[in-house]
Ligand binder design. Sequence first.
Ligand SMILES: [Zn+2]
Ligand SMILES: [Zn+2]
Length: 514
Amino acid sequence: MRKVRIERGRENLGDVLVATKSMDIGQVVLKEEPVLVASRDPTKSTLRKPKRSQISTSDDPLTAEVEMFYFMHLEAFARANRDVQRKVLDTFFCPTVDVFSKDAELKRAYSVLRSRGERVASFVKRFNAEACRGLTLKELEKVSLIYDLNAHRLGNSDVLFEYASKITHSCAPNTRYDPRTGSVVALKPIKKGDLITSNYLDTNLFPTRYRRELLCKTKLFWCKCRRCEQGVDLPRAMPCVNCVKRGEDGLFDLSVALEDVPVSYVTRRGILESNKWRCSNCRKSFDSNPLAPIDKIKDPERHLEILALDMTCNMKQHHKDAGDFFVYTLRLLGARHWIPRQVQQALLRVGMNENMDSKKREAVHDGLDQLWNWVEKHTDGDARYELRDLVILFLRRLSSKTYDRRGDELLKLWEKRVEIENSFRTETYLSRKSYVRWPLKIDLPVPKNLKLGEVFVSRPFEGLELKMRLLEPCHKDGDTFRVKIPKSAVDESKIESIENAYRDWEERGGEIVD
Ligand SMILES: [Zn+2]
Ligand SMILES: [Zn+2]
């Protein structure tokens, strides 16, 4: 029996998958045969093989590549039997433009996908006319959009799944799809009746704004998941300039950046585009981005974002300065911010494309050892997973180019580590906890009608019970007073759970003393 069922037309979500039984972390939720498989490798095409330049008129190599994939999707569809074709056309999600009539950005994203699909569809119909006989242009265009919105990567193919293609997106998902095996694995305990969710994006590290923009452009919806709506944007957390001293060069010490010492973080609060920042330790609020302007750049975070993304796309151009740029962003933003990590990944990719002599290779190996120590100490969940994948790819490329014994040993070690990690990977990047400084400071409301000298009990969050006596008269309803709770007042065995509850409470918007 399947552990999931399809529920049709849930409000705002359309068709969804729902668990039919409870599942534990690490359990396979779903594994199924694809309905349709389209290889990404054009040499696998059994029909006439076009040159890339025949399909695409674009000068941009990325666009040309995407259009080649589009071609392969449609070609696989044209080759499929009639039953499969009907199933694809009738049962997969495919919106029409009128759905987006009220949202200009979604409408624009829709027409970009649509027009690319139209272009490739009409090419396929001309180019492989024989195979496309009996299929209308409209049908091919629809299939192109269906592929855009429903396909999963499986090995070097793009595939459509009857069940897995109906999984709802969440930036804090309860399952993960594994593109190497095609199985969907539980990341959190799942109860019967729970909605099955997974992350449509390759990464979990982007900040809210980018995740939403990407999903709008590629999947045609605005994400309203818990993580997008809660307003605390953890991938943009930076060391607090009020709590942590910066050097004369305006940068944090490397020990701060790498969290070798306790670090307090500032995160953005409030829903979506509001711009309130607050430190979870000193409670200082910042009305705008707390990163001090550098060299007269008005919004340095945004500026670095653009540089980091540009670097990922144009590695050759940047590769000489990549190492320096990484350390710079790390010392400016700290290791939790997504930009240094973006740069770090670009850095590894740069290394992959280089022909290295033995001395340089030694340096890379040392660097990887250091990186490993850092990864081990400061990351978990998806962040760790992504970095390790990349390092393994890097080492594989390296040892395929040259015989390299130490590289091979390192490769085995990293692979072993990933294997262990995957088997009990429980927490996601989101769950990384920040540092809590005692005494805890809390603003509590005074209960109504309380008389002087009277004792009352307050439970601001789970695990903490405070008994207090009113010593001053209250002025009005809704008055609050401040309590400071020293660490010594709390049972030592409860400290960890209280710290966790305190942070959760604070993230939900608990009242905090300034
Ligand atoms: Zn989201
Ligand atoms: Zn602070």
